[in-house]
Design a protein around this ligand. Structure first.
Ligand SMILES: Nc1nc2c(c(=O)[nH]1)N[C@H]1C(S)=C(S)[C@@H](COP(=O)(O)O)O[C@H]1N2
Ligand SMILES: [Mo]
Length: 383
């Protein structure tokens, strides 16, 4: 081996390390266009402090990348955060199936790989003044769920697929204290969606404990709560599942009219809803720009109203466009005057649905904080 070879090998090794670094920090390559030297004008209406630490909520003004870096990704855990050792862990596929399955992490990794860029939003986001940053966009990798269910063979009478997490807590049910695991369910049809993944990687690295190591469900197009972390068991049943996070918590109550009567309708939080929000206002050489995000459905357009005025069309970022990921948008705001201004955004999806106004019965007649997908208005004070 000569010196040139050594240099070349060292170079290749270094290049390899560089590539590995870039690949393991995918958000590095996902900064969306910003004007060089622009300055962020902080919103005047900052969210209040969360009642407890640990949510790691998105700070909208810091949004500068399509992919949310994992350390900045919000976290919600309703019970404990279990630390699971890979060695003893298995994912069971059980219940009304012909061939129950039991998979190690290596088994799952050996199966076909698929990935999806999916914006996860907590169903409670924007439901409280302190909860406005329970959202993030990541690249999720795993193995498709449907073939796992097919391999198990769902029996004729199976109608419901329940996803159990390892985390557990004591629940008071009809005056009895009983232990339960976090669990969510879907109809067999919804569970069989080709988009669903049994996910083991987030942003190119194994899932971290707070985000569900060793494996979690990733259900693109559904609110955060459906994406069960620390998966241990997938169980097919012949009755609707009525666990806390399906039927008691994460339940929206809305008043509706039925034959001249007002009725309070309760529905389980499930599929994501069309939504958008202004993320940041920037200024460069006296010219202002609003940047934001839109998600929850394939986005056709976003419109922005300044001080409650006419809707102005925003420009959708042409670079990053994936069916389950948020779409970044910008609106140039020339001639912005000093003083206080409000900025409101609304998204329109490909089917023509419009993100609801606060006065829309969907929002105005909602009695609970879940599914708060109405227009988001932010305030800035310009000098
Ligand atoms: N096992 C389990 N899965 C869970 C939860 C939980 O408490 N336990 N929280 C859910 C809720 S309410 C949300 S919003 C998302 C948040 O995912 P993240 O913590 O990875 O951001 O996880 C969901 N999956
Ligand atoms: Mo959530």
């Amino acid at each position: 081996m000569n010196a040139d070879d050594v240099t070349r090998r060292t170079f290749l090794a270094r290049a390899g390390t560089m590539t590995a670094l870039l690949v393991s920090s995918p958000w590095f390559a996902h900064a969306f266009p910003a004007r060089e030297g622009e300055r962020v004008v902080p919103f005047a209406d900052q969210p209040s402090a969360p009642p407890r630490e640990g949510f790691n909520l998105l700070r909208w003004e810091e949004l500068d990348s399509w992919i949310t870096p994992t350390p900045e990704f919000f976290r919600v855990s309703h019970y404990d955060v279990p630390t699971i050792a890979e060695a003893g862990w298995r994912l069971e596929v059980t219940g009304l199936v012909e061939r129950p399955g039991s998979y190690t992490l290596a088994d799952l990794r050996a199966r076909p790989r698929a990935e999806v860029v999916f914006t996860v939003e907590c169903g409670g986001n924007h439901g409280f003044p302190w909860l406005t940053g329970a959202i993030g966009n990541a690249r999720w990798t795993g193995t498709p769920l449907a073939p796992l269910l097919q391999a198990a063979g769902i029996r004729q009478n199976g109608i419901e697929v329940v996803f159990f997490g390892q985390d557990e807590g004591m629940e008071t049910l009809r005056e009895q204290k009983l232990k339960q695991n976090f669990a969510r369910s879907m109809s067999v049809e919804d569970a069989m969606s080709p988009a669903n993944l049994v996910c083991y990687e987030m942003n190119g690295a194994p899932l971290s404990s707070p985000h569900g190591f060793p494996a979690r469900l990733i259900a693109p197009g559904w609110y955060g709560v459906a994406n069960v972390k620390w998966l241990t068991r997938i169980e097919v049943r012949d009755t609707r599942f009525m666990g806390r996070f399906m039927a008691r918590d994460y339940v929206t109550i809305r008043e509706e009219e039925r034959g001249g009567q007002t009725v309070a309708v309760e529905t389980s939080v499930g599929r994501a809803r069309l939504k958008s929000a202004p993320a940041r206002v920037t200024v460069k050489d006296g010219s202002h720009r609003v940047t934001g995000a839109a998600w929850g459905a394939p986005i056709a357009r976003v419109e922005v109203a300044i001080d409650g005025g006419a809707w102005r069309p925003a420009t959708l970022d042409p670079t990053y466009n994936a069916p389950y990921a948020w779409r970044i948008w910008t609106l140039d705001w020339p001639g912005a005057t000093p003083g206080e201004h409000t900025i409101t955004s609304r998204a329109i999806d490909l089917s023509g649905n419009v993100q609801p106004a606060p006065t829309d019965p969907l929002i105005a007649r909602k009695k609970t904080y879940w599914e708060s997908n109405g227009w988001v208005t932010r305030t800035v004070r310009l000098t």
